[in-house]
Design a protein around this ligand. Structure first.
Ligand code: ATP
Length: 367
């Protein structure tokens, strides 16, 4: 069973001035056997440190790390039965692709026949058969990336660890490799832990996603759950592009008041927000849940307000419309047939059935 578990794992670093810095602040999670889990969050949030602690490249300050059935706290990286794919691929430039793929197994003193079989298998899976005699410099970025993955595959590890493996590829290749990695996971049926700061990569690859910020796990959930029911404003703002709008609002007798406009709350929302009567809240609504009044098929027209359009961006399949409510800029992602241009005063429809409400002090979601 290739599961990975963190039990209250902390990692502290001492900087040059002997100040202690907490990179990972007591993480708890379970990654199930054969699961594809993505660690995502902004730069410096502790993703790579968490991955390196699974690999044994970094020793945790406290807490337990379990891989399979074993507590691996004091186990050397080579004894953890994991394989890591790095951002820079770490290929040996003077070796052929075949030698690069074989290297780890030779070090483990595996028999020659076995090594050949494993290299051939990995080359077939990754479409590298024609390139085995070439040197890394004779390959494209995407092919080099596949070799790096191949080096992990030949070892049949319990767990694959990926540290931003696509970040050195251009946008088009990144999408192609993203699809390939997703397929590879299905084919290998392996447990994969994958680090990225790219929320689109996280959403498309992860069966579950661990969202981190400043060393603290914010939420662990499936992509759809994170998107629909973010636990707090950090997750709500981080997952989704363009980001969720946050609008200053007030609750008054079962209504939400936004910049002078009053909207009746649904029964569920009213019940959840009972303790917030006559208080300020933050209303969160995604750009695709705001419509122009001339193109809102199937949406209740109950919740409308007028706004002055600042800027419109035409993206072809959709338009992004920016307007202000109070001091906040709001983004609407509307159908291209919606009439919208700079400086137009327009009625917008808010699909409040999709809105989320947050406590301005704690930034936690209320309902
Ligand atoms: P990025 O996306 O930029 O790679 P990350 O989420 O992977 O970020 P980590 O590399 O895990 O972040 O680093 C977390 C924090 O710990 C950062 O603030 C970093 O500066 C700090 N840190 C990491 N390694 C060390 C170290 N060896 N010594 C001191 N501080 C470190």
């Amino acid at each position: 069973m290739a599961r990975v578990e963190f039990r209250n794992v902390r990692k502290q670093f001492d900087d040059q001035n002997k100040q202690t810095f907490t990179a990972v602040a007591g993480s708890d999670f379970v990654i199930n056997d054969k699961e594809f889990v993505v660690f995502v969050g902004p730069s410096g949030c502790g993703k790579t440190t968490s991955l390196r602690m699974i690999a044994g490249l970094e020793q945790q300050t406290s807490g337990d790390i379990i891989i399979g059935e074993r507590i691996v706290n004091n186990l050397h990286p080579k004894d953890r039965d994991i394989a890591m794919v790095f951002q820079d691929y770490a290929l040996y430039p003077h070796m052929s692709i075949r030698e690069n793929l074989s290297f780890g197994l030779k070090n483990l003193k595996k028999p020659k026949d076995y090594i050949e079989k494993k290299v051939q298998e990995a080359a077939t899976i990754l479409g590298l058969e024609e390139m085995l005699e070439r040197k890394p410099r004779e390959l494209s970025g995407g092919q080099r990336q596949r070799v790096a993955v191949g080096r992990a595959i030949v070892r049949d590890p319990q767990v694959f660890l990926f540290d931003e493996p696509l970040s050195n590829l251009d946008a088009k290749l990144r999408i192609q490799m993203r699809v390939e990695l997703g397929e590879l996971h299905k084919r290998l049926g392996a447990t994969i832990v994958y680090v990225t700061h790219d929320q689109v990569e996280a959403m498309t690859l992860g069966e579950r996603i661990v969202v981190m910020n400043k060393g603290v796990i914010q939420q662990v959930a499936s992509p759809t759950e994170l998107y629909a029911n973010p636990k707090n404003m950090f997750v709500a703002g981080f997952i989704g592009s363009p980001a969720m709008n946050f609008i200053d609002a007030r609750i008054e007798q079962g209504r939400v008041v936004i910049d002078g406009a009053e909207f009746l709350l649904s029964e569920d929302a009213a019940a959840g927000l009972q303790g917030y009567n006559n208080r300020e809240i933050i209303l969160g609504i995604r750009p695709e849940h705001i419509y122009g009044d001339d193109f809102a098929p199937g949406v209740s027209t109950e919740h409308q307000m007028q706004a002055h359009i600042k800027v419109v961006e035409h993206l072809g399949s959709e338009n992004l419309v920016y307007f202000k409510i109070g001091s906040r800029t709001v983004t609407a992602k509307v159908h291209p047939e919606t009439k919208a241009y700079n400086n137009l005063d327009k009625q917008f429809i808010f699909d409040l059935s999709k809105a989320r409400y947050f406590d301005p002090a704690t930034e936690e979601r209320i309902v």
